[in-house]
Design a protein around this ligand. Structure first.
Ligand code: FAD
Ligand code: FES
Length: 255
């Protein structure tokens, strides 16, 4: 489904992230995403940071298209296609620990609000922690980590997760963030014997499972994911190692 929607509210979250709210009459699950565009930009994927009748995207400015989105204000119109992807499996009766790294916090926020589960939000520095007010309102506990120690735990989300897991066992870890973080989180979950669901990113053009540009070890990240379980990730040799850019060139995550 493709629609033009009016921006109802544009909120500055911090120095590089803005949230845009709009009405979209479509069912959406936590962890799903939409393809977004407006004149002067390519269509790009954005997680839904709210999944009710009023939906939102939270956009980190990193290049020309996200810069273009940042110019938008209330009353402007954007094109939205979706929602796409599988979303998180938040079956009741399980204890979740939900983790957002950087702008990955946008993807996990609807899961935090749906479950009220314990939550970790991480970033490089205090000013990189986003959507804190919503997490604090919804979650039983919210813990923060910063790489530079400017707020909360001094270290990364994976180290903090290990500390919290030593105090309390969870049935499943749910996370979105940079792939290097997800790679070490996956390893930690394997060591601790806890299941995880991780939301991955690959370059997307159609977003709907047709063009094949987001394929990763035989899985279309846009359609079969973006959320994959530990069992699926165990089969992915590209996970944490490499991805392809918009031209299909291999880009390594680590040397
Ligand atoms: C499923 C999914 C959900 C996402 N959710 C969010 C979100 O909630 N908030 C947010 O700020 N960002 C999100 N992103 C990333 C966002 O799509 C990119 O930051 C954006 O496309 C960058 O475009 P640009 O022109 O500003 O930057 P560019 O300079 O063009 O690109 C910078 C980097 O962004 C990534 N990127 C660029 N185009 C695409 C594309 N078509 N598909 C995937 N990655 C791309 C590449 O890693 C690239 O190196 C998501 C990506 C995916 C795949
Ligand atoms: S982006 Fe086209 S198949 Fe995934």
């Amino acid at each position: 489904m493709s629609e033009y929607v009016k921006i109802l509210k544009a909120t500055e979250n911090n120095y590089d992230t803005k949230t845009f709210e709009f009405e979209l009459d479509a069912e959406a699950k936590p962890g799903q995403f939409v393809m977004v565009w407006c004149p002067g930009m390519e269509e790009i994927p954005m997680s839904l940071s709210s999944t009710g009748k009023i939906k939102s995207i939270s956009v980190k400015r990193i290049g020309p298209d996200t810069e273009r989105l940042h110019q938008l204000k209330e009353g402007d119109v954007i094109g939205v296609r979706g929602p796409y992807g599988n979303g998180y499996d938040l079956s009741p009766g399980r204890e979740y620990l939900i983790i957002g790294g950087g702008i990955g916090t946008a993807s996990i926020m609807p899961a935090v609000e749906a479950t009220g589960a314990d939550t970790i939000i991480g970033g490089r520095s205090e000013r990189d922690l986003v959507l804190r007010d919503r997490a604090e309102k919804a979650a039983k506990n919210v813990w923060y980590s910063t790489d530079d120690g400017s707020f909360g735990f001094h270290g990364n989300t994976v180290q903090l997760m290990k500390e919290k897991y030593a105090e309390k066992k969870y049935d499943c870890v749910v996370a979105c963030g940079p792939e290097v973080m997800l790679f070490f989180l996956y390893k930690a979950c394997q060591e601790l014997g806890v299941e995880c669901q991780l939301s991955l990113e690959r370059h997307m053009k159609c977003g709907a499972g047709v063009c094949g540009c987001c394929v990763m070890d035989g899985q279309r990240v846009c359609k079969d994911g973006p959320v994959f379980t530990s069992a699926q990730i165990a089969e992915m040799k590209d996970f944490g190692v490499q991805k392809r850019d918009e031209c299909g060139r291999v880009v390594k995550f680590r040397k």
